[in-house]
Design a protein around this ligand. Structure first.
Ligand SMILES: [Zn+2]
Length: 213
């Protein structure tokens, strides 16, 4: 027996998602068929809302329903402190810590030659542009610290080193009178673990022990 198109189509869509193989795709499809209509309607509407209502912040590239995002728009937050992360999900992890009052910058990944992701595929230039914005009254860079919080993987470390080098080159070029502090999250985070899975205590430790690059 050949599966009806309506079933086959949904299976094919699920199979496109990361981490979902043909078996799981089929299981999810049959599961959805037997759920109540209101659930399927909410599911479909959530997918549409995700694309239609979610915007990327034009300053930090976080996702929110407003642009600038609620963090960038918050005047209570310290705009001179930028925490650089790989993905928007990492922001959730730092926000859970509760005591960070700076802002963020989402790179959109890490440098990974095997996957053909170079610096130009990430938002590194946008970060440098943010850093070079000068305060006209004090004649120095508005940013005082950049915290490189990419994951403690090989690619995350390499990306952090690359960005640190670029910031230093930039500072030499613009002759910034007061050097920007560049820090990297401290020891304690298990290598290879994603930041968003780290528990708050581990994250706080790594935060407090951040080292200067
Ligand atoms: Zn933002």
């Amino acid at each position: 027996m050949k599966l009806p198109n309506s079933i086959q189509n949904l299976i094919a869509v699920f199979e496109q998602l990361p981490g979902i193989g043909p078996k799981t795709a089929a299981r999810l499809t049959f599961y959805l068929w037997q759920t109540p209509n209101h659930f399927v309607e909410r599911f479909a509407q959530s997918l549409l809302d995700l694309k239609q209502k979610t915007k990327q912040c034009s300053i930090c590239f976080n996702l929110d329903e407003t642009d600038p995002c609620s963090i960038c728009a918050d005047s209570q937050r310290d705009q001179t402190l930028i925490c650089v992360v790989e993905r928007p999900l990492d922001i959730i992890a730092f926000e859970r810590m509760g005591d960070y009052r700076g802002v963020y910058h989402v790179l959109g990944g890490v440098i990974n030659p095997l996957e053909h992701i170079g610096p130009d595929e990430l938002r590194i230039q946008e970060l440098l542009d943010r850093i070079t914005k000068f305060d006209n009254s004090s004649h120095q860079a508005r940013v005082r610290e950049v915290i490189l919080a990419t994951n403690p993987t090989m690619e995350g470390e390499a990306t952090a080193s690359y960005i640190a080098k670029k910031i230093k080159e930039l500072e030499a070029r613009i002759q910034n009178p007061k050097p920007i502090k560049i820090t990297r999250l401290g020891q304690g985070l298990p290598t290879g673990a994603d930041l968003d899975y780290a528990d708050i205590w581990t994250l706080k430790q790594a935060w407090e022990n951040r080292r200067q690059l």
